[in-house]
Design a protein around this ligand. Sequence first.
Ligand SMILES: [Zn+2]
Length: 155
Amino acid sequence: MQESSNKVTSKVSSLLSSLLSSLLSSLLSSLLSSLLSSLLSSLLSSLLSRPVVQPVIQPVVQPVVQPVVQTVSQMVVVQNLPKCVPGQMLCPYCHTNVVTKIEYKIGPYTWLVCGLLGVFLCWPCCFIPFCVNDCKDVEHSCPSCSGIIHVHRRM
Ligand SMILES: [Zn+2]
């Protein structure tokens, strides 16, 4: 008799346990599903409710109006003045860009060299500078209007 009762209790207990387990599993599954669904729905809603393009309103930085320092561009064109060879210059008379025509002129340097030669060397040599272009001033003139643009003085 006791054995049978034991058997019954064991059976009952097994049944109970199985029932419990099934119940628990079903409960868990339902809970999980509900949780998942809620999570999904919240995620979806959050995704859908998010505005697509958020216009970023930046504070417009007002450019500080500084006193504009006007660099006065001087009209004086600094030209590379030609020296002993013809150079390109802007003629101030006819306002054209010309290559200057050169002419050697006797200047103070020529006289100085002449004097030095006359004093320190034999005096007939003092005429040499008047024949050597390197001792004379160079006069640059315009080939079109023949105006003297620049005189390169050696001293
Ligand atoms: Zn000219």
